[in-house]
Write a protein that binds this ligand. Sequence first.
Ligand SMILES: Nc1nc2c(ncn2[C@@H]2O[C@H](COP(=O)(O)OP(=O)(O)OP(=O)(O)O)[C@@H](O)[C@H]2O)c(=O)[nH]1
Ligand SMILES: [Mg+2]
Length: 317
Amino acid sequence: MTGVAPDLLERARAGDKRATARLLSVVENDEPGAAEVLRSVYPQTGRARIVGVTGPPGGGKSTLVDRLAGAYRERGERVAVVAVDPSSPFSGGALLGDRIRMRERFLDEGVFIRSMASRGHGGGLARTTARVVNVLDALGYGVVLVETIGVGQEEVDVVRVADTVCLVTVPGLGDDIQAIKAGILEIADVLVLNKADRPGADETARDLAGTLTLGKPRTAWKPPIVRTVATAGEGVAELVEAIARHFAWAAQSGERDRRRRAAARGEVEELLRDALVRRLRALLGEERVDAAVARVAGREIDPYAAVEELVRGGTGE
Ligand SMILES: Nc1nc2c(ncn2[C@@H]2O[C@H](COP(=O)(O)OP(=O)(O)OP(=O)(O)O)[C@@H](O)[C@H]2O)c(=O)[nH]1
Ligand SMILES: [Mg+2]
């Protein structure tokens, strides 16, 4: 394998966490050998249950993910946690805080934790996350928990890798309500009302239930609302149960296949775009591309016209 120590994959498969971390870096940063790693793990992927946990900052996602990891461990699963922070170009305080909180899990052989604060060099954050999740899946982690902050478009894309998406909200949604409503309709499979020990939980639960009746449902699945107190571990068993029910429904209804096909299409099309750009550059010659770029920069032509000209010229039409 070019660029990657030949025994890295074997060591990672045997549960060596340092080898696993190294392997993920190769894939995340698109280092030499990344394609070979992805190619060789691919036949072993598709077995893990991938659970996305998203929601506004400070809602208790990390606390909940830690509890979920514990609950799945008790059920005999090996668990991987991927904490994605799209807003941060480097490891931020939140992730460091999470690391300290997750100290106990770090010592557990059956738990692997990865923080991804940068988007790496291998494409968008969503694609990078998908690659990392694929590797962890192939390494035999039966459950992969993907935590990401917020409910913006980039986060929505990140959690699209998940089979089941949990949206974590808290009592008294305030300004987040609009974003959450949009997020609910677009991505949530399970609604988690965390910090249910706080005042206003009943009202927020009603509000969320009302939101669910708005708009056209995507599928026959009706997202349940699960109340939790992550700090005390309350409601975690119910959440595990709700995730299991969604997973079973998704498997038998064809939703799981539909999502996996959409994810596969995204991956293939991204690589296809890269390949086409490379080919076209080679075909046209760097000089012509550079010349077009210069004319766009000089406001002589617009980018659309430049591309049209290049493509026409390139195919001899
Ligand atoms: N009262 C109460 N506090 C909680 C609960 N769950 C989490 N917290 C507290 O809320 C704060 C934020 O928790 P985190 O788990 O870091 O939240 P997060 O959503 O991961 O935060 P970011 O990753 O920064 O977006 C911490 O101080 C937690 O102890 C809960 O159920 N009830
Ligand atoms: Mg967090």
